[in-house]
Design a binder for this molecule. Structure first.
Ligand code: GYE
Length: 312
């Protein structure tokens, strides 16, 4: 009877909840998967979800949040495209007593009462894991690294750079020779990699690529192949997200390692929101998701199969 009550009670608890989600856009495969998973997690709980696509622009996110406030939604989720510039709109949400939850990226604010919790991975740690993997893989060899950064001013771009820099700092043989943003997209990842290759002796000076996400790595792999070099061998490739296409590349020997980022940030966010609303339970300020390293030794073909239908 208790089990049945729980089954009956769980969706009913959330059936009257309306959540507005200000999503960044669809810059990467990971982002597309996060949007699909958020819809699925809302549906599971009977939550009415309204998604606003900001097309990569903070001004669109500010408009969307203000419109959610005007509509009187019960909660607002924000995946903040950049880290700064959120205080005013979050104060407006606070005045309207609408809880805000941050998904997958963090913000710079002096007042952390402006949001209920942030569901993210430890993006500094991700960069560190990528850097440590590379240091271990190259050993004593000299290695000139090129870096494709994520969106300028976004928390994952800032932190993934920081973590990686920290990890290679004690290895004098590892050096970043070029670094530029590829805006987390495949197209820009390819373009910028082409310019790196041109500037570095047709790519022959480059030992490794570190990309802040898999999509940029996938674009860069194409550029490496078009330059007549072998990605994964001539140029090592390490990135972050664990999207299906990078597993395909790893299985084909064209990429070497990725750090997993779950697309399910919304599940824990909805649960925290419901517990807060129904029992007044304050969640921790940070709900941290896991980050696991995958290489060719971790059955990339199987990982590809397991993920390819998850909305990426
Ligand atoms: O890694 C990248 C995306 O915000 C942590 O955003 C997220 C990043 C993710 O576009 O692929």
């Amino acid at each position: 009877a208790t089990a049945l009550a729980a089954v009956l009670a769980a969706p009913a608890l959330a059936a009257d909840l309306t959540v507005g989600f200000s999503q960044i856009g669809s810059e990467s495969g990971w982002r597309a998967a996060e949007t699909s998973v958020t819809k699925i997690e809302a549906e599971k709980r009977g939550i009415d979800l309204k998604i606003a696509d900001a097309q990569q622009k903070q001004e669109n996110q500010l408009k969307a949040v203000r419109s959610f406030i005007a509509q009187g939604v019960d909660a607002i989720f924000i995946a903040p495209v950049v880290a700064t510039g959120w205080d005013n709109v979050l104060e407006e949400a606070k005045d309207a007593e609408i809880p805000v939850i941050l998904l997958d990226r963090t913000i710079d604010t002096a007042d952390d009462s402006l949001y209920l919790t942030a569901v993210t991975s430890d993006t500094v740690h991700e960069g560190r894991v990528a850097g440590e993997w590379l240091a271990k893989t190259v050993g004593d060899k000299d290695c000139s690294i090129v870096e494709l950064q994520g969106t300028v001013g976004s928390s994952p771009a800032i932190n993934r750079k920081k973590g990686f820099d920290e990890a290679i700092a004690s290895h004098a043989n590892l050096k970043i020779i070029r670094t530029q943003t590829g805006d987390f997209t495949r197209t820009k990842g390819k373009e910028v990699m082409e310019s790196f290759i041109k500037a570095e002796n047709g790519g022959k000076n480059i030992c490794a690529l570190y990309a802040h996400n898999d999509d940029m790595a996938v674009g860069a792999i194409q550029a490496i192949k078009e330059a007549g070099l072998k990605p994964g061998t001539d140029i090592l490739v390490v990135s972050i997200d664990a999207v299906p296409d990078i597993f395909k590349a790893i299985a084909d020997g064209e990429a070497n390692a990725t750090v997993e980022l779950t697309p399910n940030m919304a599940g824990p966010a909805f649960d925290a929101l419901i517990a807060f609303r129904d029992a007044g339970t304050k969640p921790p300020k940070w709900i941290q998701t896991e980050s696991k390293l995958y290489t060719a030794a971790d059955d990339p073909a199987g990982e590809y199969e397991a993920r390819k239908n998850l909305g990426y």
